[in-house]
Write a protein that binds this ligand. Structure first.
Ligand SMILES: Cc1cc2nc3c(=O)[nH]c(=O)nc-3n(C[C@H](O)[C@H](O)[C@H](O)COP(=O)(O)OP(=O)(O)OC[C@H]3O[C@@H](n4cnc5c(N)ncnc54)[C@H](O)[C@@H]3O)c2cc1C
Length: 245
C-alpha cells in the first residue's frame, strides 16, 4: 500500500495584507505531546481554518490570548464543533496497491471525491499480476499462498474470457468489462481521492478505529500521518493508536 500526497490547499501569499501580519510560529505544548515539532510554522491548511473562523467574527487582532496560537484556536474549534471552517482546505492522495474491497468501503464516505482506475480500459493482468494480501495474512505464509493461487486462477480465467470474447467480436473494453466478473476482492486498484479536512476527520473517526477492517485501518493510519504534517491542528485530537469503543 502506498499513499502519496498529490495536492493540498495553499494559501495565497498576500493572505494577511488586509489584516496585518502572518500567524506566529507554533509554540503550543500540545504538539510536544503529539510528537510534532513545536517550532514548525503553522501549516497552510490549519491557517486557512483559523482564517475562516476569524472571518466569522472579524477577530483578526486575536483578542483572546487563550486562542491566539493556531493550535489553541484549532482545539477550540474542534471542541465547539465549528467544523465548517475545516471544509476550506483539502488534501488529495494517490492511493496505490489497495484491494477493491477497501475501495468499496472508502467510497461509502460521500464527501470524498474519487478518480479510479478503470477495469474496462486497464488490463488487470498486465498492471496487477499479484493480489493484495489482507494484513492478517503474512507474506510467505501458506495462507498467502492460498490467496495467490486463487488470484492466479482468477487471472487465468480473466485472460481466457478476454480472448474468447474478443474472438467473438467484442471490443477490448467490452471484453474486459465482462471478464472482470471473475476478479476477486483482492484485486489491486489505484485511485486518486480528495477530501476536505472535515471529511478526512470523519473518515478517521470511522476507519482509524479498532472496529474497522484491518486494511482500511492501515490506510487511515497512513492518511493520518500525512494529515499530521499538513494540518496538525485539525487532527490534534486524533489518537496515535486507533480509536476504541
Ligand atoms: C466498522 C464499520 C462496519 C461497517 N459495516 C457495514 C456493513 O456491513 N454494511 C454497509 O452497508 N456499510 C457498512 N459500513 C459503512 C457505514 O455504514 C457507512 O456507510 C460508512 O462508514 C460511511 O459513513 P457515513 O455514511 O457516516 O459517511 P459520509 O457519507 O461521509 O457522511 C458523513 C456524515 O454526513 C451525514 N450524512 C451523510 N449523508 C447523510 C444522509 N443521507 N442523511 C443524513 N445525514 C447524512 C452523517 O452525519 C454522516 O455521518 C461500515 C462502516 C464501518 C466503519
Amino acid at each position: 500500500m502506498k499513499v502519496t500526497v498529490v495536492a493540498s490547499t495553499r494559501i495565497s501569499e498576500d493572505r494577511w495584507d488586509d489584516q496585518g501580519s502572518a500567524f506566529p510560529v507554533q509554540t503550543s505544548p500540545e504538539f510536544d505531546v503529539l510528537g510534532d515539532d513545536p517550532s514548525r510554522p503553522v501549516t497552510d491548511a490549519d491557517e486557512l481554518a483559523e482564517f475562516a473562523g476569524r472571518a466569522c467574527y472579524k477577530s483578526w487582532s486575536k483578542p483572546n490570548p487563550a486562542t491566539a496560537a493556531n493550535s489553541d484556536y484549532m482545539r477550540h474549534i474542534l471542541r465547539q464543533g465549528h467544523f465548517s471552517v475545516l471544509e476550506h482546505a483539502s488534501v488529495t492522495f494517490y492511493v496505490e496497491g489497495v484491494s477493491r474491497a477497501l475501495l468499496l468501503e472508502l467510497e461509502r464516505h460521500r464527501f470524498l471525491s474519487f478518480s479510479v482506475e478503470s477495469q474496462r480500459y486497464v488490463d488487470t493482468e498486465k498492471h496487477h499480476p499479484e493480489p493484495v494480501l489482507p494484513p492478517a495474512i503474512a507474506a510467505g505464509s501458506s495462507a498467502a499462498g492460498l490467496v495467490r493461487d486463487a488470484y492466479a486462477f482468477a487471472l487465468n480465467d480473466y485472460r481466457i474470457l478476454v480472448q474468447h470474447l474478443g474472438g467473438q467480436g467484442l471490443k477490448r473494453k467490452e471484453a474486459r468489462e465482462a471478464a472482470r466478473a471473475v476478479l476477486p476482492n483482492a484485486t489491486p486498484v489505484d485511485f486518486l481521492v480528495t477530501g476536505n479536512l472535515r471529511a478526512w476527520r470523519d473518515v478517521l473517526g470511522k476507519r482509524w478505529h479498532e472496529a474497522a477492517d484491518a486494511e482500511i485501518r492501515e490506510l487511515a493510519g497512513l492518511i493520518l500521518g500525512h494529515l499530521r504534517a499538513l494540518a496538525p491542528g485539525a487532527v490534534q485530537d486524533v489518537p496515535r493508536t486507533p480509536f476504541a469503543y
